[in-house]
Each structure stands twice: as structure tokens, then as C-alpha cells.
Write a protein of this length. Sequence first.
Length: 523
Amino acid sequence: MNRQRFQVIAVASLLAVLGAVVPLVISLRLSWSQSVAQQQQQLHTLALRALQRTGSTLADIRATLDALNALQAAPCSREHVARMRALVVEASPVLEAGYFDGGRLVCNSWGRNERPLIPAAPAFTTADGLDVALGIRPMINPQTPMMAFRSGRYDVLVPPSSLADIVIAEHVAVLLTSHGKVVATLHHPEAELAERLDGLPAAGLTERSVYALARQGEWTAVATAPRSDLAAGFRHLAWLLVPAGAGVAALLVAAVVLLSRRRLSPLGELKRAVRRREFLVHYQPVIDMRDGVCVGAEALVRWRREDGTLVSPDNFIPLAEQSGLIMPITDQVIERVVHDLNRALVADRTLHIAINLCAADLQSGRVLDVIARTLEHTGIQTAQIWLEATERGFMDHHAALQTIGRARAQGHMVAIDDFGTGYSSLKYLQHLPLDALKIDKSFVDPLDDEKDACAITSHIIDIARTLGLSTVAEGVETERQAQRLRAQGVEYAQGWLFSRPLPADAFLDYVRENRRRYPPPAG
Ligand code: C2E
Ligand code: CA
Ligand code: CA
């Protein structure tokens, strides 16, 4: 596996894992935060109900105290005590009423105090002026601490629970405070909550509980439930949200798999290579057989992959032709040639570069405009750019004829490539306005045979001569082949005997060395 494939697979796997995990984690987190929010909403409602209860109980207490203060009977007389008791019985939360004289409790709704009591100091005063003392032990039933509310000469004792007395489930607890003091509790709320109440937000979570609070004036009610309560709500929501998360996860994973497969497909890789301009050009010198002078080169495309490996055209040109990617590749080759050899071509007008055209290029003629545009302002002459067209390009004879005509009108030389290997019929070949014929390597190979030269090769050379075309032999590897080609009048050749295809710099060195060996005739 090459490094690039490995990277794609590694990145895709990572994305797939993220794609699978992230939606699930999000759906679980959502389930959790939703279940917390729902629970807090319910607790807030309970806290509000507790405060309503506080309000109505305080109103009852205020009314009872007003009625007591309005009594006309002689203090602590039988009648006075009886009236007090009647009012106590009438007001539901009140258990006992007391009458003060000279700062001492002298009698209450049960009778006269033999030893008058000094009342407990008030813990706070309510907004409408009632002094409130906490933890008072009544004469009857002293085990249960009471609250005392005092106004004028009277006070009333009230069980603290009556201020927050609402119906709640066993595991829920309520805490009521005023002026920083815990006034009443239902079902044992968490003790630390009461201590930290001042700075608490309206709803939250502690280590053990979930809570929500409501405030009204000086009163604050907090409703709490154990954290374990959240589990049920969480499970319920998770049943709804996790399948949705799993669905999203499956979609994301499928998308990653699909995209990475597309990216890893040969076509996906080739598309990317075109986008990233990963093509470069090697130049194979073309030699004049008569004097050994290098007259130019054939531009042969190479795909340099990200990891530096060079891919030969046979491995991607067929796919590029099928998919239409060959056109942008041809464009990149043209740009490359100009970029690599602009100076050399301007300095030496005898040099030419042959560019391979694909069938589509030949049929549309589009490539001629691309070349014309690219050569603008470079100083390179159109005659220095040869075009090689294979027989496949001539299938649409009419279009090929037009493009070749235009190419020659612009000044290009046009050669037929791989001649003899395709479908071309001699009949229409003679109507194509060509300049040169390239003798395919498969007809050059047999020339190395010790005994006989290949008859077809001679035949092809004859055809070229008859049609008035120059000949270029391809794939010349041995001196024997070169000699036989030369003997038959072939003018140009390229092949490993002279040079392999070279990177631009090496090709320029080759030309320099060739010019030193075969100096051009003076003048
Ligand atoms: P081609 O146009 O027939 O190019 C000649 C091929 O023969 C080149 O292969 C060249 O490296 C190879 N060759 C040259 N001399 C010798 C030799 O002495 N011995 C042997 N064994 N081989 C030799 P390459 O570079 O692999 O190109 C293969 C084919 O890819 C080319 O065949 C051409 O049809 C196509 N091609 C190359 N560049 C382009 C391009 O820019 N555009 C298009 N459309 N096709 C291209
Ligand atoms: Ca060629
Ligand atoms: Ca060829």
C-alpha cells in the first residue's frame, strides 16, 4: 500500500470512528441535559407551590393576630382566655395564642401563666411587621419546636411545617428559608444546600441532589430530589434520542466510506492529480539520422504522485481518455513544455518539441486554441511545436481533417503516431494533410533480426515516401536497427540507443553536448 492510500485510509477510519462516536455521545449528553432540565422544571413548580402555601398561611396568621389584638375582654380573665382559645381553634395553623404584659407572657389560650415567661428574642421581622421567633417549645406538647409570630400584645404558635405544607412524593424534599434562616423543612432536604443558598443559581445539581428554587420577597423555597431520580428520565429520553444519534452516526459512517472509496478509486486519484497539477514532462531526444544532430524531442507525460513515485503514461492515459481527464492533462503538458523549454526554444530555432494529442483533442480542435494562447508572448514559433496524432484520432475522418488543416495553417507540423498499429486505411491516409509518419516500435524491433529485415517496415517507409511524409522511427535500441533505418532513408529516430526520455534539465544538457559534438554549419 503506498503512503497516500495509507493516509486516506487512516484519515477515513478516524473520521468514521468520530462519525460513529460523536452523534452517540451528543445524543447521550442531550438525553442527560434534557432529563435534568425536565426534573428541575418539576421541582421549580413544587417550590412555587410551597411559596404559595407560605403566603396563605401568613395571611391566616396575620388575620388571627389582628383579631386577637381587637379583643375587648379584661386581660387574662376567663372570658379573655376563652376568646383567645376560640380564635385559636378557628385558625387552622395556629396551636396556641399568648398575651403579653410588661414584656412578659402572662397568659395564653390555655389559661393564666403562674410564672410569667420572658418571650424568646425574634429571629427576624417579616415585611409586614410580624416578629418571628424560631424553636419555641409550647406548654402543651413541648417536643415539637414551634414558630412564634408576634404583633402588638399577642403572639401565636404555629408548626413550621404549615408554612410549606404541600403534597409531595416521598423522595422529594422542600426547604423554606427567610432572612438566611431555615424556617421549615419537608422530608429532610440536603443540609449543605441550606448553608449555600445565598449564592445558588435558580436550578442546579449538587453531589447528591438536583434542585430548583423559587423566591418571593424575603422567602425562598427549594425543592430537591436525589440524583438517582434523573436516571429514569434519562433512560426514557435515551430510548428516543440514541436511535436518532445512531441513525446520524450510520449516515456519517456511510458517507465517509463512500467518499474514501471514491477518493481511493483510480479515477478519484487521477482527478485529484489533475487538480493538484501532479503532471510533469520528460523529453526524449529526436535525432537526425543523417548527421546525428538532435532536432528536438518528444514530450512524454509523467505523473509524479505525492510520495514522489513516477507513474508512466501507459498506466493512466487510457483511464484519462475514457473519463475526459486527458484534456486538462494535455493542457498541463503544454504549459509544462513552455515552462521548461521556453528559453531554449527561443535561443535555438532548429529545435522542436512534439506533443502527443489524444483522439478527443484531434476531434474537437480545442487543443489548438490552448496552444495558441499558451505560446502568446513566449517567442516560441508554432513551427517548433509538432503534434502527434494516433490513428484512433482519425476515426471521425472529417473532424480530424479539419483540425489537422487548422494546425498546419497555424504553422504546426503534424505527425501520425503508431502508424500501422491501428485502423487507418491507406485510402483516407492519403487525403490527410500530414507532415510526418512515426514508425511504431513494433516495426523497428524486427530490424534487429540478424537475418532478414522486416518486409512490413520497408513497406511502411515506402508508403511515407510515396505520400511525401518525413519519417521518424521510434524505439530504436540498437546500432543495427539504426543502420538499417538509415539505409532505407528514414530521416529521424528516437530510442534508447540515443537517449531515454529525460527530465528538462538533463535534456538541455543533452542538447548542449550534442551541439558541441555536431556544431551547426557556420553562417
Ligand atoms: P508513444 O507516443 O509511442 O511514445 C513512445 C513510448 O516509447 C514512450 O513511452 C517512450 O518512453 C518509449 N520509448 C522510447 N524509446 C524507447 C526504446 O528505445 N525502447 C523502449 N522499450 N521504449 C522506448 P512512454 O513515455 O511510457 O509513453 C507511452 C505512451 O503514452 C506514448 O506512446 C503515448 O502514446 C502516451 N503518451 C505519453 N505522453 C503523452 C501525452 O502527453 N499525451 C497523450 N495523449 N499521450 C501521451
Ligand atoms: Ca508519440
Ligand atoms: Ca508510438
